[in-house]
Design a protein around this ligand. Structure first.
Ligand SMILES: NC(=O)C1=CN([C@@H]2O[C@H](COP(=O)(O)OP(=O)(O)OC[C@H]3O[C@@H](n4cnc5c(N)ncnc54)[C@H](O)[C@@H]3O)[C@@H](O)[C@H]2O)C=CC1
Ligand SMILES: NCC(=O)COP(=O)(O)O
Length: 327
């Protein structure tokens, strides 16, 4: 039974709210170190440079593993010169987690457009980039609430693609993989011994027996039946519009949805402040706040730190479970 190593908090987009959230995140009360350029922290923030995760600093002081960027940050205005630094920080955090020097990573938000423009970043987000860095392993994005009961946990089986591409991207293989990774992730990282899964249909009313779309009758229902026969506790395909009220959420531990907004609208509506984004399937722990770079408020000091605090605590819990320190 050993406590895990500290979590790495990656800086994300320096022109977003990430850097101003880092000092506020000390309120999480779990060991972590900020990986980024200290010039991007808010003026007056108490920070101290460390050379490795876990090096002691005074209470209330943000430990910083220094990563020098090309340019200072102007809130709300991403500098293309800094895009490479953002990407390097994520890769460096993964190295630290993979080597065992860190217990896991918690990522502050990146701006996908800024990375594409500034560094021709070819991944739609952290999730896909982390899967690549881990050796192109299959993963799923799960968003988990911490501030509502019954909890809301959602997995979009397809992620950052155009809505018009969803029906052809959502294949039986992809959906089955998402269900299996979610089931395994809930057991491994959330201590849920027998996960109850709920599967959303693709179409309104889950197709209503083929009247409003045929994917459910063509293959989704039979996939669900096969997995149930194998032992999965799996309901569905269900109409997505009635899956997220409290009585419905009480019946499952995670909802597997067909596409991004079907999954993320309910959780961001129910618990924007306390939502945490988790990547399941990676060989290391990764969480993130559920919000983005919020350029509209960056630099004003008003960004709410609840989600990053919840994300750090969740990463610490997951790391503890993997290290055998928690049940
Ligand atoms: N994990 C990540 O790296 C994520 C990155 N993004 C990226 O962020 C960028 C902006 O995305 P948007 O859709 O505009 O979402 P957003 O979450 O950045 O902002 C949506 C609205 O919520 C507010 N908001 C967000 N976080 C807040 C906080 N902590 N406290 C107070 N108010 C907050 C913003 O001011 C804005 O009005 C995009 O490039 C997107 O791809 C979005 C989500 C996650
Ligand atoms: N909409 C959720 C989101 O953009 C998170 O993406 P990722 O960077 O965590 O892959």
């Amino acid at each position: 039974m050993t406590e895990p190593r500290p979590i790495i908090l990656t800086c994300g987009e320096p022109a977003g709210i990430g850097p101003e959230l880092a000092p506020k995140a000390l309120a999480a009360g779990v060991p972590f170190v900020f990986l980024g350029d200290p010039r991007h922290l808010p003026e007056g923030a108490a920070w101290a440079e460390v050379s490795a995760p876990g090096e002691a600093v005074a209470p209330g002081v943000l430990p910083v593993l220094r990563h020098d960027f090309a340019a200072p940050a102007v809130p709300g205005h991403p500098d293309p010169a800094n895009a490479a630094g953002v990407i390097e920080v994520i890769a460096r955090a993964v190295d630290l987690a993979q080597s065992g020097a860190a217990g896991g990573i918690c990522t502050l938000p990146i701006n996908k457009e800024a990375l594409k423009t500034g560094a021709d970043f070819r991944f739609p987000g952290h999730t896909e980039y982390l899967a690549h860095l881990a050796g192109d392993v299959p993963v799923v994005m799960m968003l988990a609430s911490t501030g509502v009961q019954p909890p809301c946990r959602v997995v979009p089986a397809t992620i950052h693609i155009a809505l018009s591409e969803v029906p052809r991207t959502l294949t039986p293989e992809l959906l089955e993989e998402a269900l299996r990774i979610t089931d395994a992730g809930l057991r491994r990282d959330f201590g849920i011994a027998a996960p109850r899964l709920a599967l959303a249909g693709l179409n309104p009313h889950a197709g209503e027996n083929g009247v409003m779309g045929r994917e459910e009758t063509r293959w989704i229902a039979s996939l669900a039946a096969r997995l149930r026969a194998e032992g999965f506790d799996l309901a569905g395909p269900l109409p997505a519009d009635t899956m997220f009220h409290p009585a419905a959420r009480a019946r499952y531990d995670a909802a597997i949805c067909a596409y991004h907004d079907q999954a993320l609208i309910p959780i961001k509506t129910l618990d924007f402040a306390g939502g945490v984004n988790v990547t399941l399937g990676l060989p290391f722990v990764r969480t993130s706040p559920d919000h983005g770079t919020a350029f509209d408020i960056a630099g004003r000091g008003i960004a709410d730190a609840e989600s990053v605090i919840a994300a750090l605590r969740m990463a610490w819990d997951m790391a503890g479970r993997r290290a055998g320190a928690r049940a």
